[in-house]
Design a protein around this ligand. Structure first.
Ligand code: PRP
Ligand code: URA
Length: 209
């Protein structure tokens, strides 16, 4: 079973409270999601393997450590996942970025895939799928299935807020995938929105309604 990591770091919790607030405007919302994604990436990449190298400092030769050639790929689920990309690229600028376009049919709440573009070396990469909201879990499950069908073997999922239903769905369909979240909320409402959540993440990020 994939592990669930809920980040209770005070910086993440503080910023999470600010994006929940309905009075937080688009500019601030976007900046906060970016910052939360950076802070989460710091923790979610804790298990990256290191290798020893030799570095000449101005004073002497040092044995130092660098990340051991692990190839990372970020996969934002369009559109709201885009809000998490830049914050992670600030820490991991060499990561490649693939995109999976999904929208949730408002009637059935089922995900509809409309776009997929991935790095060419899918089998060798470790992927982090990004989406601020894990509600029913349909979108995340479909994105991970889509990645696996194209050869991906190592996948993590990073979301800002999750509902228990979404966590359960991902764990059931993809037990090999670890899930990283900042907030685990109470439930979904009748429209599939996370309660208390933060509303529609895509609309709040891009100023649409
Ligand atoms: C939202 C959100 C997730 C999905 C979560 O996207 O960004 O992708 O819903 O819901 P689920 O877990 O029930 O699938 P939406 O479909 O609103 O598209 P958008 O990002 O383009 O606004
Ligand atoms: N998508 C969102 O953007 N918000 C929710 O609460 C659920 C799905």
């Amino acid at each position: 079973m994939g592990k669930i990591h809920v980040f209770d770091h005070p910086l993440i919790q503080h910023k999470l409270s600010m994006i929940r607030d309905k009075n937080t405007g688009t500019k601030e919302f976007r900046e906060l999601v970016d910052e939360i994604a950076s802070l989460m990436a710091f923790e979610a990449t804790r298990d990256l393997p290191l290798e020893e190298v030799t570095v000449e400092t101005p004073v002497a030769t040092a044995k130092a450590k660098v990340i051991a050639g692990k190839k990372l790929g970020l996969i934002p689920i369009l559109r709201a996942g885009l809000g998490m990309v830049d914050g992670i690229l600030k820490l991991i600028p060499a990561a490649k970025v693939g995109h999976i376009g999904l929208y949730r049919d408002p009637e059935t709440l089922k995900p509809v895939e409309y776009y997929v573009k991935l790095p060419s070396d899918v089998e060798e990469r470790e992927f982090i799928v990004l989406d601020p909201m894990l509600a029913t879990g349909g979108s995340a499950v479909a994105a991970i299935t889509s990645l696996k069908n194209r050869g991906a073997k190592h996948i993590k999922l990073m979301c800002v807020i999750a509902a228990p239903e979404g966590v359960e769905a991902v764990q059931k369909e993809h037990p090999d995938v670890d899930i990283f979240i900042a907030g685990l909320d109470e439930k979904l409402n009748d429209h599939g929105y996370i309660v208390p959540g933060l509303g529609d993440a895509g609309d709040r990020l891009f100023g649409t309604k």
